[in-house]
Design a protein around this ligand. Structure first.
Ligand code: NAI
Ligand code: MG
Length: 484
């Protein structure tokens, strides 16, 4: 794949070993295996949120471009779906291996474009994206064992719309099961983080996928809506805000499109007095400050048993003071840049609301760079159930702390939310873990850990967190129809 050598970044010594990363100045749409200019001639900028510098111009797909992408996917469907599972698996294995080979480059691009710490891109996002393709490559020729005695068929063209918090990983979560099951795809990355999906399109080219099997179109909400409303799209998979999820649900209600939604969350992270407190404190930090808190399953509501509240809060504050906030490209950074100006405005709005509600706010005393979008790690203590800091998804490094005395009380409080995506329980007692995992209304419940992901394990929510599962055998179901 020839990459123009115009935009070569020379990185800090911390990334010497990553070499020079090559990015184009301008990216087109990936339709039918070709790089295609947008019909409207419109482009938008993607910036580095840690310094506000423009990285590249990216094509904005209109309805006409989306239509071309859907037609290409529709045309490619017969060929792709009639390949043997083993053949489809080979393509996916090849893609997974190429992601591994290019892991350093992908990590750097992910961090540049989205602001997350390089350590997270390198150790979590990119390896998990490869793992997702490996896992689903393995399923491609074993679907009859996944669903014994059932007749399955792929759905057709899958329209997939992904967010900006885990750009490449969400592309992998969407593409891998769709392709393994024999569907073709039109995928749209988020407008602030399109670059790793476009890099993935280059890798798909290198892996010599048949044209039209994967089409990647860039743009904002209007482009997403054009995919959702296209009559020839048979399935929509969306990860993003509850607000847009509701729009999509309404738009598909009168159609035969199959739909899965992965929306917001407001997870309870519950610390019992018998927990290993130092480990729990690390779990709280990882639960809320991982990826700047831009995580749908973030442990954003902390419940601490009253008897250990003071100890936990004191240790938590000391730990927050030790977090390194700043240059996402530095491998020692714990908390990088907020993904966009508008997300920073949302977070700042909530900091103001928390103060107005009379909660006690604690922030790290660290300094932050003058350019770019930053939020210091924050905790609010003394929060009531009715507080908006407790009720609303903030999607930033902001933790709301509440206390409890009994198990009954904490279950009631933890479930008192419109969301139901994840939860965490910290205790020494297995019996407590079993009791809580059955009573907490959340799709994923972690015990004595938090924010751990694996392709074998289904992920998804209850209530306003959405429906359908991604990962595991359950994730395959969303890309198949059952003819029996
Ligand atoms: P969003 O829901 O607008 O964006 C997610 C994706 O949907 C993007 O690719 C966007 O271009 C696309 N989109 C926007 N409007 C659309 C429409 N009408 N039809 C089809 N696609 C559309 O999320 P946004 O505005 O970036 O973030 C707002 C809030 O949403 C965050 O503060 C956070 O609370 C939540 N959020 C949750 C995520 C999750 O992982 N569950 C991910 C991103 C945001
Ligand atoms: Mg960007």
């Amino acid at each position: 794949m020839a990459v123009k050598n115009k935009n070569v970044f020379d990185f800090s010594p911390a990334l010497e070993s990553a070499g020079h990363i090559q990015l184009k100045d301008q990216y087109e749409l990936f339709i039918n295996g070709k790089w295609t200019k947008p019909k409207s001639g419109k482009y938008f900028k993607t910036i580095n949120p840690s310094n506000e510098k423009v990285i590249a111009q990216v094509a904005e797909a209109s309805k006409t471009d989306v239509d071309a992408a859907v037609s290409a996917a529709e045309k490619a469907f017969n060929g792709w779906s009639s390949l043997s599972g083993k053949e489809r698996g080979k393509y996916l294995f090849r893609l997974a291996r190429l992601i591994q080979e290019k892991a350093r480059e992908l990590s750097v691009i992910e961090t540049l474009d989205g602001g997350k710490p390089i350590r997270e891109s390198r150790d979590i996002d990119i390896p998990l994206a490869a793992a997702h393709f490996f896992y689903h490559a393995g399923w491609a020729d074993k679907l009859e064992y996944a669903f014994p005695n059932r007749k399955t068929e792929p759905l057709g063209v899958a329209g997939q719309i992904i967010p900006w918090n885990f750009p490449l990983l969400m592309a992998a979560w969407k593409l891998a099961p769709a392709l393994a099951c024999g569907n073709t795809v039109v995928l749209k990355p988020a407008e602030t983080t399109p670059l790793t999906a476009l890099k993935l399109a280059e890798i798909i080219e290198e892996a010599e996928f048949p044209p039209g099997v994967v089409n990647i179109v860039t743009g904002a909400g209007a482009t997403g809506a054009a995919i959702v409303n296209h009559p020839k799209v048979n399935k929509i998979a969306f990860t993003g805000s509850t607000e847009v999820g509701k729009i999509i649900q309404r738009a598909t209600a009168n159609t035969d499109k199959k739909l899965t939604l992965e929306l917001g969350g407001k997870a309870a992270n519950i610390i019992f007095e018998d927990a290993a407190i130092n480990q729990a404190v690390e779990g709280i930090i990882n639960g809320i400050y991982f990826n700047q808190g831009h995580v749908c399953c973030a442990g954003s509501r902390l419940f601490v048993q009253e008897s250990v509240h003071d100890e936990v809060i004191q240790k938590l504050k000391a730990r927050i003071e030790n977090l390194v906030v700043g240059d996402p490209m530095d491998k020692n950074t714990d908390i990088g840049a907020i993904n966009s100006k508008s997300q920073l405005e949302t977070i700042n709005k909530y900091l103001k609301i928390g103060k107005e509600e009379g909660l006690e706010m604690f922030q790290s005393s660290c300094s932050v760079p003058s350019k770019g979008f930053w939020c210091k790690p924050t905790i609010f203590t003394g929060a009531a159930q009715s507080s908006r800091i407790v009720q609303d998804e903030i999607f930033g490094p902001v933790l709301a702390v509440q206390t409890f005395r009994t198990i009954g009380e904490v279950i009631q409080k933890a479930n008192n939310t419109p969301y139901g995506l994840s939860a965490g329980v910290w205790t020494d007692k297995g019996s407590k873990i079993f009791n809580l995992t059955q009573q907490l209304r959340a799709g994923v419940i972690w015990a004595n850990t938090f924010n751990k992901f694996d392709p074998t394990s289904p992920f998804g929510g209850y209530k306003e967190s959405g429906f359908g599962r991604e990962g595991g055998v359950h994730g395959l179901e969303s890309y198949l129809k059952f003819n029996d």
